[in-house]
Each structure stands twice: as structure tokens, then as C-alpha cells.
Design a protein around this ligand. Structure first.
Ligand code: KIV
Length: 282
């Protein structure tokens, strides 16, 4: 198991051109698998609202859910950089609330950093959280918590004018002190330009290959999430089929009396079965 990478090492990776590997995780076993696979960073994303809780979006997710899942991920991946994702209304309504909730990820869940969505309009929150000594990852482009305003989960920055707005968000987040930036669902040209212009590690989710690293949602990447698949997702396996098939076979074997077999039963200590039946006759 490798040593946990810290923020300065992500800057070194950016400088040397070594790509940063980044995945979401919501629970202990998945975090263990990711750490064993050598993942550089894990995001406990509020996407757990859809991937774990079955909500139709991320809006209903609350801080306590994020803390419980972050604790589990921390336990599963003690040697991986873990980022806690600030859910909707954990930071938008006041700067004090933003700092307090960001602090909870570090104090209660042992996270290494926090992420929050938005550019120009949340720079005051970013600055205050950074001033509290917390590593911040910004998140711009498609920001799912404001998908209502964006007209749905749509790619951003596809015209010259809107690409300029995405770039202005990137600059604002960097200037406010964020030490990393996540860019979601923008064309590769735009993310590549941002990566070149900024001096902090830039991560892409659906924003092309020219960033310092890549993020996917684990439930998409392993073929677990069924509701829809964004264009940028690559499925590396299909656990939904594997698990459903295993469960079908389990049902069939129970119904056919094939499970459990002797292999799955505890034997009585030698001679004790005879004694037991004799005892029961008395
Ligand atoms: O919650 C999450 O997993 C995220 C990704 C969509 C970037 O914020």
C-alpha cells in the first residue's frame, strides 16, 4: 500500500505531467477497492443522493449523510486523499455556515479537503474556508446542484461566449484560494485552455483529456447505476449484470434445495448428534 499523497504531491504530478487518478466512493468496501487499485484521490460526492439513496438528483442530500459516508470511506481508504463534497445549502446561504460545514468534513470524518460547486458567485465562501486552513477544490462547468438554472444536466461552455464565462469562473475560484479545480462537462478545448492558464491542479469529469487528472463516478464506472449514463462515462465492468445473475442463481438454488449444501453447514462435535436425539426422546 502506497503512502498517502498530500496536496503538494498533486502539484508535483501536474508539473511532471503524471496524471492524477480520481474516483467517487461512498462506502467502506468501495474505498478499500479504490485504495488497493492505487487511486490518488477519492471524492465522497453528493452524487450519493442518486447512486446510493435513489433520489432523482443531489438537492435532498444533507450534511449528516455526507459525514456518515465520508467516515466510512475514510475507514476504507486510510492512505488515500479523501475529499468531502459540500451538499446543497451547506454553503450557499452564509459564509459562517460554509466554514462550519467544511470544518465538519475534517473534524468528524477525517477528510483531507472539501469540494464545492460554483465560480464567481461563491468566491467569498471559498476565501473564508481557505482562511480557516482547509484545502478547497472548486467545481465549475456543469454544477449539478444548480441544474435547475442550467436547464438540466447539460454540457456547458459550448459557445465562445459561455466558454469565456467558464474560464472566468476558473480564474475566480483560483484567485479565491482554491488549491484544485474540477471542471465538469465542458468541451476539451475549454478545459485544456483552463489547465494551461491556471497554476493549480485541474481535474476533468467529462471535460476531455487535457486536464491534470480524471474523475468518474464509481457507480457509472463499474456499471452499477442504471437510471442513465452520461456521454462521458466509460464502463469498465458491469456489476449490475454480475450481481443480478448471482442473485438469480441464489434464488434458483434455494428453490431447488441445492443451497445450503453440507459445505455450508456446521457439523456437530463427534458423538454429540446421537446424544442430542437421545436427550430429546427423554
Ligand atoms: O457529487 C459528485 O460526485 C460530483 C461529481 C459529479 C463531480 O460532484
Amino acid at each position: 500500500m502506497g503512502k498517502k499523497k498530500m496536496i503538494h504531491e498533486f502539484y508535483e504530478m501536474r508539473k511532471s505531467g503524471e496524471k492524477i487518478t480520481f474516483l467517487t466512493a461512498y462506502d467502506y468496501p468501495t474505498a478499500q477497492f479504490a485504495e488497493a487499485a492505487g487511486m490518488d484521490m477519492l471524492l465522497v460526492g453528493d452524487s450519493l443522493g442518486m447512486c446510493v439513496y435513489g433520489y432523482s438528483g443531489t438537492i435532498p442530500v444533507v450534511m449528516d449523510q455526507m459525514i456518515f459516508h465520508s467516515e466510512a470511506v475514510r475507514r476504507g481508504a486510510p492512505n488515500t486523499f479523501v475529499i468531502g463534497d459540500m451538499p446543497f445549502m451547506a454553503y450557499q446561504s452564509s459564509i459562517e455556515k460554509a466554514v462550519e460545514n467544511a470544518g465538519r468534513f475534517l473534524k468528524e470524518a477525517g477528510c483531507d479537503a472539501i469540494k464545492l460547486e460554483g465560480g464567481v458567485r461563491i468566491v467569498d465562501q471559498i476565501r473564508a474556508i481557505v482562511d480557516a486552513g482547509i484545502v478547497v477544490m472548486g467545481h465549475i462547468g456543469l454544477t449539478p446542484q444548480s441544474s435547475g438554472q442550467l436547464g438540466g444536466h447539460k454540457a456547458q461552455g459550448r459557445t465562445a461566449e459561455t466558454a469565456k464565462l467558464v474560464y472566468e469562473d476558473a480564474l475566480a475560484v483560483r484567485d479565491a484560494g482554491a488549491q484544485m479545480l474540477l471542471v465538469e462537462a465542458v468541451p476539451p478545448e475549454v478545459c485544456g485552455f483552463i489547465t494551461k492558464k491556471l497554476d493549480i491542479p485541474v481535474l476533468s469529469i467529462g471535460a476531455g483529456p487535457d486536464a491534470d487528472g480524471q474523475l468518474l463516478i464509481v457507480s457509472d464506472m463499474i456499471g452499477q447505476f442504471q437510471a442513465f449514463t452520461p456521454k462521458f462515462v466509460k464502463k469498465y465492468c458491469n456489476v449490475a449484470d454480475t450481481i443480478t445473475q448471482a442473485m438469480k442463481t441464489y434464488c434458483e438454488e434455494i428453490r431447488a434445495g441445492k443451497f445450503p449444501s453440507d459445505d455450508h453447514c456446521y457439523g456437530m462435535i463427534k458423538g454429540e448428534a446421537d446424544k442430542f436425539f437421545k436427550l430429546m426422546k427423554e
